[in-house]
Structure formats: structure tokens, C-alpha cells
Design a protein around this ligand. Structure first.
Ligand code: CA
Length: 345
């Protein structure tokens, strides 16, 4: 192969490599739009009883209502969020493992983990007035104004009648690439300018997701590691309490955390494009169009084939083609011995 053609092939390879790299980079950077910021900003830090294995958190008339779990330690309590002081508390017997809570019509609904019972307590005196039965596990619950939204530790959440607790519909929570988000835990229902939203933390992950309750699509992903890292005292002691105050302000705490945080969640109603929560490497790979790869591959083969074919052409055909192109190479001075040696390699 001649030095000219070898250089031509090398140049072609370099140009196509640059084009290919640009395509890959352009497609990858389109997955995350960093211009939209979803951030949890800490406004102030307050005391939280670190013996509280927080399972549910709800704001009502200026107080925090908190359920705490574990058999033998479960409770329902009213807490002053600014001081952490317990205003009143109700303890449960060893058969109850408290889970998420929500407020509905001056009552508190409290799920249990595996016993498939939701208790209903009077807000005034925390006495039990009724209960519901359900199938499966109970994890988190919130009231969206029409229905209870309930998680059970999977990627699905059920919407239930506030009158009968019967399931009205079920949605699966998934990111922009259709990856189901497992272990949906504590919930908080919020109305935003963009419509109703549900905030959820994923069990044992330092993040809070926002999803559209109409279809389960995740539209916001908040990193909460700066809260969790200050309360890092065991792998079970994860973020697990989200209570809406108003607008974009929330109280957030976790299991056995010694702090509760007043925070602002920026851009709550702004939807992120192309959120990836799980299997993100596969999502990025698949985001590079198969057609693009095939097209580029074929292009490289065609160009290399043309160059190789030219090397194999008879000399007379080459000269005809060369003269037809008015190639200036015809008037070059004779080759030196050194050049000839290289041409014959
Ligand atoms: Ca909540």
C-alpha cells in the first residue's frame, strides 16, 4: 500500500473517529439536563429523638405527627418540630409494627408492616375509632385530596378509597427509560403548579423522587445524601420522613436520626427530562441509536473498500482515471531510491 493511500486511510479513520465520538458524546449528554436543578436546601436543623425509628411523618396544624416502628417500640406521637419535644404519644403492644401515616378528616390513618391492618385514630385524643384490612405489606401512605396513595415496598403504589380503603387503581413508578423503581417507601402528596405530585423516598437510598400520580412517571430526583451523611449511624437508619409544610418547604428526618431538617426543595413542579434511576449504563448505551452505529460502520467499510480497490487497479486504468482527473501528480519529479523502496513495501 502506498504512503499516500496509507495516509488517506489514516486520515479517514481519524475523521470518522472524531465524528463518531461527537455523536456518542452528544447523545450521552442529552440524558441529563443539568440546567434544571432539583436540590434540597437546608433552611434550619432541629432536634429529633434518635430513639424514634421513623416510619411516617405528617404536618397538621403546626405540629408534626410521627409514627415509629419496630415490634415492642412502635408509637404514634405529636412532636413540636422546632424543639423536637414530644407533645403527646401513644404506644402500641408488641404485636404492632407501625408504618406510614396520613391525616384524613381529623383522623390519622396508620399502616402496619405485615399484619395487614390500617388503624384509624381520632386526632383529638389519639384513640382508635376504626380500622381497615388490606392485602400485602404496608409501607407509606399519603392522601392526595381524593384517594389514599399507599406503597408496599415494591415499585407499585395503590390508590384507595378514603371511605372503604378498597383499591381504585394501581400505578407502577418508573423512570424515563421505563425502569421500575423498587422499594418505594415513605410518601408525601403535594399539589404543585404543574399538578398533583407524590414525593417518595426509596428504601436505603439517599434520594427523594417526585412522580406524577396519574401514570407513575418520575419527574424529579433529589439527592439527600447531605442530610443522611450527618446522621450516619447504621445501615437501617435511613431517610424515611417527609412532611409537607407549604409551597416548597418540608420537614425531613429519618430512622433514629438526631436531627430533623426544615428544607426547601427547589423547582418542585419542574420536570426533569430523561431521569435515570436504575440500569443507567444500559440506558445510556441504548440511547446511542443502533441505526447510527450501523450507518457509521457501513460508511467506514465503503471508504476502506474504495481505497483498497484503487490499489488493486491495473496501471493503465489508474492512469486513465488519473488523467481524467487532471492529476497534478503526473508532473512530479522522478522518485528517489528511498521513495521507491517505501512504495514497494
Ligand atoms: Ca409523609
Amino acid at each position: 500500500m502506498s504512503r499516500t493511500r496509507r495516509s488517506g486511510l489514516l486520515l479517514t479513520y481519524l475523521v470518522l473517529s472524531i465524528i463518531f465520538s461527537s455523536l456518542v458524546q452528544a447523545e450521552n449528554t442529552s440524558i441529563y439536563d443539568e440546567s434544571i436543578e432539583h436540590e434540597i436546601v437546608i433552611l434550619s436543623e432541629h432536634n429529633h429523638h434518635n430513639e424514634a425509628f421513623t416510619q411516617g411523618l405528617e404536618m397538621y396544624n403546626g405540629s408534626i405527627y410521627e409514627s415509629t416502628g419496630l415490634y415492642g417500640h412502635s408509637s404514634l406521637r405529636e412532636v413540636n418540630p422546632w424543639t423536637g419535644d414530644i407533645i403527646r404519644s401513644k404506644s402500641f403492644n408488641d404485636s404492632v409494627f407501625s408504618e406510614g401515616i396520613t391525616v384524613y378528616n381529623d383522623t390519622i390513618i396508620m399502616l402496619t408492616w405485615e399484619t395487614q391492618i390500617a388503624y384509624v385514630f381520632e386526632m383529638d385524643n389519639l384513640s382508635q375509632v376504626s380500622s381497615y384490612e388490606y392485602e400485602g405489606e404496608g409501607w407509606g401512605i399519603c392522601f392526595d385530596g381524593n384517594s389514599f396513595v399507599m406503597s408496599n415496598g415494591t415499585s407499585t403504589v395503590s390508590f384507595r378509597s378514603p371511605e372503604t380503603f378498597e383499591i381504585e387503581r394501581i400505578v407502577s413508578v418508573a423512570d424515563s427509560f421505563g425502569n421500575l423503581i423498587d422499594r418505594i417507601n415513605e410518601l408525601e402528596c403535594v399539589n404543585t403548579p404543574a399538578g398533583p405530585r407524590v414525593l417518595a423516598n426509596i428504601w436505603q437510598q439517599d434520594r427523594i423522587l417526585v412522580f406524577d400520580p396519574s401514570n407513575g412517571t418520575v419527574v424529579g430526583d433529589y439527592d439527600a445524601s447531605h442530610l443522611s451523611s450527618k446522621n450516619d449511624n447504621g445501615h437501617n437508619n435511613v431517610l424515611n420522613g417527609i412532611a409537607h409544610i407549604s409551597d416548597s418547604e418540608f420537614w425531613i428526618t429519618g430512622k433514629n436520626w438526631s436531627s430533623m431538617y426544615l428544607v426547601q426543595m427547589t423547582n418542585l413542579s419542574g420536570a426533569e427530562a430523561n431521569i435515570c434511576i436504575s440500569h443507567c449504563e444500559a440506558a445510556q448505551d441504548s440511547n446511542i441509536s443502533d441505526n447510527s452505529l450501523i450507518t457509521i460502520g457501513v460508511l467506514i467499510l465503503v471508504i476502506m473498500f474504495i481505497f483498497l480497490r484503487r490499489d488493486d487497479m491495473p496501471a493503465d486504468k489508474k492512469s486513465v482515471e488519473t488523467s481524467n482527473r487532471h492529476d497534478e501528480q503526473l508532473n512530479l519529479p522522478p522518485l528517489s531510491q528511498e521513495d521507491k523502496g517505501m512504495l514497494n513495501d
